[in-house]
Design a protein around this ligand. Structure first.
Ligand SMILES: Cc1cc2nc3c(=O)[nH]c(=O)nc-3n(C[C@H](O)[C@H](O)[C@H](O)COP(=O)(O)O)c2cc1C
Length: 369
């Protein structure tokens, strides 16, 4: 897939997840393979221009972290334009404009998801950015505010007309939050609205089969995965394998999961320092453990993590403790295996999205991304 001047190795992208898609996580994903483009958490354009330390940390990158899109939010066309130019001057390969942020402070001033209701202003803002840089400028949106206001096709058309290089669309309305089903017909309508511009389908892709269904049923040029990548950092490699061969790759072994989890912590320590990196890892470790079998005691210990040495002790202890759940060949006994994930749009009815086989969303504003 090509996004403007950027040729991607795979048409599979990592969605921005504020608080999660930092440099260590992106490197973990890239080392496993299969991903074509990673995106940062959203970054306030003005803070970036003011060289605010938080914005600087959010945009921290390294040569192995490429190609990278930085996602910007803001309502000022001048700030957004200048921030895009600044990112280009720092060697960033792509800039994404957030049109889905639900935080009232952002929406009230016309930024984030408020842009979905005002295509003309959104297009003016994006035109200013496109004219200021050579790197691709992409836009990420939901289908619209609610079922009565499905604005994504019209908005996408306005943005494509001013040179947006790709449109990322989460197939739900803002009102839906993360409930109900991802609407593949809604994404298809966006694809049909902008024939010359790649549309990247997003929402609930948690299995290779879901990736294939999203591509086949919407005609989108690529897919973007958020929570599914946190739950299973192997997902891009698995999607790629499945789409090339038709085979579902085996689940990573416990040893492989622990290796990648340990690598993730190493990278957290490298980027954030040992004390902070370990503290931040307290919410990451349990994501890995979800697919390792019973893990309540592992989670309890990891939520007090202070050091790498302590991490090594916890993993060593867990390896021994979980033996009681294994069969003689070293596999988890069937009753301890995690349930298969069930993407909403592959379910027969609306209750599906609330089933335990979906990935939980942290509470708060984030539930309307
Ligand atoms: C914790 C969390 C943080 C998110 N942060 C962002 C963000 O910074 N920018 C954005 O455009 N979308 C954000 N989103 C939305 C995701 O990028 C994505 O569109 C949504 O989660 C649906 O995809 P998924 O089902 O693959 O997770 C966030 C979602 C979650 C759950």
């Amino acid at each position: 897939m090509r996004i403007g001047s950027l040729q991607l190795s795979h048409p599979y992208c990592l969605s921005p997840l504020a608080g999660y898609t930092n440099l260590p996580f992106r490197l973990v994903i890239r080392e496993i393979g299969g991903v074509g483009l990673c995106t940062t958490d959203l970054v306030n354009a003005r803070s970036l221009l003011e060289d605010n330390p938080k914005a600087r940390l959010l945009t921290q990158t390294c040569p192995g972290d490429s190609p990278l899109a930085v996602q910007l939010f803001g309502n000022s066309p001048e700030h957004m334009r200048d921030a895009a130019a600044l990112l280009e001057s720092r060697g960033i390969q792509s800039v994404d404009v957030n049109m889905g942020c639900p935080v009232p402070k952002v929406c009230k001033t016309g930024g984030g998801s408020a842009m979905m209701g005002d295509p003309a202003s959104a297009a003016r803002l994006v035109a200013g950015m496109v004219n200021a840089v050579k790197i691709p400028v992409t836009c990420k949106m939901r289908l619209g505010w609610d079922d009565e206001n499905i604005t994504a096709p019209e908005l996408a058309r306005a943005l494509a007309a001013v040179g947006a290089a790709a449109i990322f669309v989460h197939g739900r309305t803002r009102e839906q939050g993360f409930s109900g089903r991802v609407n593949l017909d809604g994404i298809r309508a966006v694809v049909e609205a902008v024939p010359g511009t790649p549309v990247i389908g997003n929402g609930d892709i948690t299995t290779p089969e879901a990736a294939k269904a999203m591509l086949d049923r919407t005609g989108c040029a690529g897919i973007s995965i958020g929570r599914g990548a946190f739950y299973n950092p192997w997902i891009f490699r698995h999607v790629d394998h499945f789409l090339r061969t038709g085979d579902t790759p085996p689940e990573p072994t416990f040893d492989e999961r622990s290796r990648v989890m340990s690598r993730h912590l190493e990278l957290m320590v490298e980027v954030f320092g040992e004390a902070r990196g370990c503290r931040m890892f307290r919410k990451i470790g349990p994501w890995y453990a979800r697919r390792m079998g019973p893990s309540h005691e592992f989670n309890r210990r990891i939520t007090r993590l202070e050091s790498r040495a302590q991490f090594a002790d916890i993993v060593g202890w867990y390896r021994t403790w979980r033996r009681q759940f294994l069969d003689p060949s070293g596999e988890l006994q069937p009753r301890y295996r995690p349930a298969a994930l069930a993407p909403s749009f592959l379910q027969p009815d609306e209750t599906a999205a609330a089933s335990p086989a979906t990935i939980p969303v942290p509470k708060g504003a984030v539930s309307y991304w």
